[in-house]
Design a protein around this ligand. Structure first.
Ligand code: UDP
Ligand code: MG
Length: 233
């Protein structure tokens, strides 16, 4: 029986996804052998799907969107396909060394928390990140703490673990399909009194062409204002 489902949204990730998936399968085979990895190819224009299929593991399931729909949409769909009761949302870029995933899985498995999220700003975190991204991250959190009165240091990191049964109702209500999905999910989870823990993280950020740029950042702020309107009702 599958206990752990790792959902990986992937958009133009041909550069590193094969190596990262190999590392992940090696880690999970030993640590949590009853797992599945669900890769959602979000309409990539490169050879992401080919690279995923080159990893020989019966644990990996690759689902392909015919066109690009956004990270949030990919996570949401992947979640509906998950069979395990511990669901891990994980970025495809290989920024998060696998070993630490244990801390996130255990926080859920021991039933202490419903959601465990990575916090780049924890004193114990080891983060290799560009200055531009650090500034953007800080501004984004500050705005959100004012707009939504939430107290997370970091809503956006691409490593989260969820108790499937306790979060499925909330995931189904998240409307944002892009990067603001994470924020909206956590606002809804807080409003529903779910138990959320922020954990330290090791992040070796790999700057990818087509990642978050000024255009994406502005879109995120604009979508955050849409959220504000929604929650003001
Ligand atoms: N992603 C996606 N659809 C998109 C954009 C991004 O599925 O339209 C995925 C991407 O492949 C990665 C995650 O979402 O797994 C985070 O995106 P990205 O790597 O661009 O962000 P960064 O690493 O710069 O924070
Ligand atoms: Mg990335």
């Amino acid at each position: 029986m599958i206990k752990h489902s790792i959902i990986i949204p992937a958009y133009n990730e041909e550069a590193g996804i094969k190596g990262y998936l190999s590392n992940l399968t090696r880690f999970f085979d030993v640590k949590f052998p009853n797992y599945e990895i669900i890769v959602i190819d979000d309409g990539s224009k490169d050879s992401t799907v080919k690279e995923v299929k080159a990893v020989k593991s019966s644990k990996i399931n690759c689902i392909k969107f015919s066109k690009n729909q956004g990270k949030g949409k990919a996570l949401k769909y992947g979640f509906t396909q998950a069979q395990g009761n511990v669901v891990v949302f994980l970025d495809a870029g290989g920024d998060f060394p696998p070993k630490q995933i244990s801390n996130f899985v255990k926080a859920i498995e021991q039933d202490k928390f419903d959601i465990a999220i990575a916090n780049k700003w924890d004193k114990r975190s080891r983060v290799h990140y560009s200055l531009k991204r650090k500034i953007f991250s800080k501004i984004f959190s500050k705005i959100n703490s004012i707009l939504f009165k939430i107290n997370f240091s970091d809503t956006q990191a691409g490593l989260k673990a969820l108790n499937k049964k306790r979060t499925e109702n909330i995931i189904s209500k998240v409307e944002n399909n892009g990067f603001v999905f994470d924020l909206e999910f956590l606002i809804l989870a807080s409003k529903n009194n779910l138990k959320i823990v922020e954990l330290p993280v090791v992040l070796n950020w790999k700057n990818k062409k087509g990642g978050i740029n000024l255009k994406t950042a502005l879109k995120m702020f604009q979508q955050t204002l849409v959220l504000k309107k929604r929650f003001a009702k």
